[in-house]
Design a binder for this molecule. Sequence first.
Ligand SMILES: NC(=O)c1ccc[n+]([C@@H]2O[C@H](COP(=O)([O-])OP(=O)(O)OC[C@H]3O[C@@H](n4cnc5c(N)ncnc54)[C@H](OP(=O)(O)O)[C@@H]3O)[C@@H](O)[C@H]2O)c1
Length: 219
Amino acid sequence: MTRPHVTLKIATSMDGRIALANGVSQWITGSESRARVHQMRADHDAVLVGVGTVLADDPLLTARTVPPPPKQPVRIVADSKLRTSSQSRLLNSQGLGKVVLASTRPAKGYSDEAMQGGPEIWTVPGPDGKVSPKALLDRCAVEGLNKIFLEGGGKLAASFIQAGLVDSIEWFRAPILIGGDGLPAVAALGLSEMTDAPRWRTAATARIGDDTLETYVRA
Ligand SMILES: NC(=O)c1ccc[n+]([C@@H]2O[C@H](COP(=O)([O-])OP(=O)(O)OC[C@H]3O[C@@H](n4cnc5c(N)ncnc54)[C@H](OP(=O)(O)O)[C@@H]3O)[C@@H](O)[C@H]2O)c1
């Protein structure tokens, strides 16, 4: 079975930060960029984030395009310990489309209301006690989800990059500076040799409102 294609989306300041030190990340980029992100979501089979992003932002992760897409992407959270709150907007919007919690353990602790009509719990453990990116993508393939839109945050992005599972990057860059106390777009990769740094080829650059969109593909 072919591995799903993974596009990583990152929205940063000029200096590559995705949030302030206190976790505030809305809104770094402008409205045109955000509209483009909704279109990108609509063009994928699934949107994937880490539970850190769900806890910080309580996102809906739907594709809010005009007109609305014929089908909403499946919304997947990498959530090893099932920390997504049953009060979250994700678990209370399952009428809008399927929600999956990718975990290292079977479902426990959710109210009947939150479990009604979903979410699906996929048990895809990795050796480090977190969700295995590879096992998660294998499960996506089985489910017929072949285009995955990975929206961060920095820790989940780093895991997918380290595993060599990111095929392209859509990098929105806003003309603001956040500084070194902001959260980096990609968490630690643990490199000691420059030759080990994952390399990308710039495929396109576009101006979106006041922002820049750089598209990279794996070199
Ligand atoms: N500007 C942007 O484009 C953008 C996009 C997204 C997020 N953000 C911001 O980024 C911040 C959150 O980022 P974050 O890095 O703290 O969190 P994150 O990457 O969203 O989530 C990290 C958490 O996901 C879980 N996880 C499960 N499997 C994993 C794996 N294989 N690798 C890594 N994590 C895995 C872990 O928690 P468990 O161990 O509990 O499973 C981990 O702590 C928020 O401030 C948010 O606003 C910005």
